[in-house]
Structures are given as structure tokens and as C-alpha cells.
Design a binder for this molecule. Sequence first.
Ligand code: CP
Length: 306
Amino acid sequence: MKHLMNPLDLSVEELNRLLDLANDIEANPSRYSHSCEGKKLATLFYEPSTRTRLSFEAAMLNLGGSVLGFSSADSSSAAKGESVSDTIRIISCYADICAMRHPKEGAPLVASMKSSIPVINAGDGGHQHPTQTLTDLLTIRSLKGRLGDFTIGLCGDLKFGRTVHSLIQALVRYPNIHFVLISPEELRLPDNIRDEVLIKNNQDFREVVRLEDALPDLDLLYMTRVQKERFFNEEDYIRMKDFYILDKEKMKLAKEDMLVLHPLPRVNEISTEVDDDPRAVYFKQAQYGVYVRMALILTLLEVEVC
Ligand code: CP
């Protein structure tokens, strides 16, 4: 039985197979519409979510399966003090696979150790968000035609942004990628990712503060919001929250085929006037999230589709 805690839990070959499957699901949805009949997905969300929880649920429903779960710690027995370890033992009796989001780093890993069903990390604190990374990789590969040979700018809250941490880990396995880390000093990429992932893999990267300085070189711009829920005080958040605002004027500095991605939700960091720019693909990215989660459910449940 396989779990997904981290993008590196999948080899490059497994990842490529999963992305191929997601592309086939997109092209031939009816082929998969009964493939999980009789199977149940549990979504255990101890933190708020729109995309991840609902795209997981849409994915299972599209596969002909059923869904159950909770969308906040308060509406589960966690509010009475139940541990994640006990909860997963119970959920293992009710479902065939589960996706868990938790504010504590490592909570889904703890659950996976006590689970008799596959556990998917749907975001743990400021640590990892591997299924967002699968979504990002599918978006990039589908729209750029390749994973590799590009310059990507990662902009915003690189300190607390778990989507950025997971994406960097996944991308260092592909050739000829140049990273431009765009953040205010206080929200720089954590040392462990810079040292253990970028430097250890001899990865080319540079750090800049001004988005305008980076934009002309980029093939991909990955915007992120400032993670309000991870700040220790409101004042720091307010000072940082509008540090970057991508607008039409700034988009003039970018290449004509640069793509703008964002895991969403967006707050102010991308002006809504950018939404109509053909380079803005963040809503399409959210759609890819359904296909890739369908592919992941099929893969972890080892369902063969003829
Ligand atoms: N991208 C993402 O994780 O969005 P949600 O928080 O809405 O799930």
C-alpha cells in the first residue's frame, strides 16, 4: 500500500505515468466514470479548503465512487481531543482511501503509520502540499509541453508557502530549470529547502526582492499569497500582505508566452485585471487539479482501467 506525503514519494517514472493518465482522463472522461464504483474517499480536513477538498470529492464522484468526511476540526471528534492516530484507525473502517489536511506539519505522516488505507497529504502546515504540486506539474507540462528547460519565478511568501516547497522539490529532478526566488527579506525560502534541495542538487537559482527585476526573464511565474494563518502577529501580516501586486502594467514586462500560475486562493497579489490576459492560467490550473487527483486515486487504489 502506498501513501503520498511528499512529491518525492513518486519516482519521475511514476510521476510521468500519473500525468499521462491525467491527460487521458481529460481527453476521455467517460472511460473512467465507473472505475471506482463501490469505493469511498474520506476527506479529513482540519483546516479550511475550497479547491483541494472539493476537487478531491469531485474526482472521486467523477470516478463513480462516493465521498464522506469533515471540513473542519470543530465538526469532528478532534474537538473532543481525539488524536489523528485514533481517527485514522476509525476512518480505515469506513473508507478505502483518505485525503487529510492538517495545520500541524507531519500529521498526515503520523496518520499514515496507523492507517490500513492509503493516506494522501492534502497540505500539512507550512510543510508540503504534494497534490498541489501534481496539479502544477500537470498544468506546466500540458500548457508548455515540457517539464524542464525553463526559468521559473516563485513569488510571494516563500517562507510559509507549502506549495512552493513541494514544487521546488519536484522540479529539481527535471533538467535545465533556473529558479528565481522573489520575496521580501522576511519571507525568504527557508534554509532547509535552499540548502538541502537547491544547493545539494547543484540547482541554478537567484534571490531577488523586486518582481519587476525578474519578470523579463521568466517563462513561468508562480505567484503565492502571504499565508496569513501562519503569521504570529497581525501587524507583520498587514505590512507584508500587499508587497507584490501583479497588474497589467507589470505584465507588459513579461514575455508574450510567459504563463502565470497561482495555487489560489488569491487575495491581492494578482489584480483581477490580469485574469483576462491569455497568459493567466490559474483558473485552468484548478481544473487540472481534478484530473490529476482522479489519476492519483486510481493509482493509489491500484485500479486498472481497460
Ligand atoms: N490551492 C489550495 O490548496 O487551495 P485550497 O486551500 O482552497 O484547498
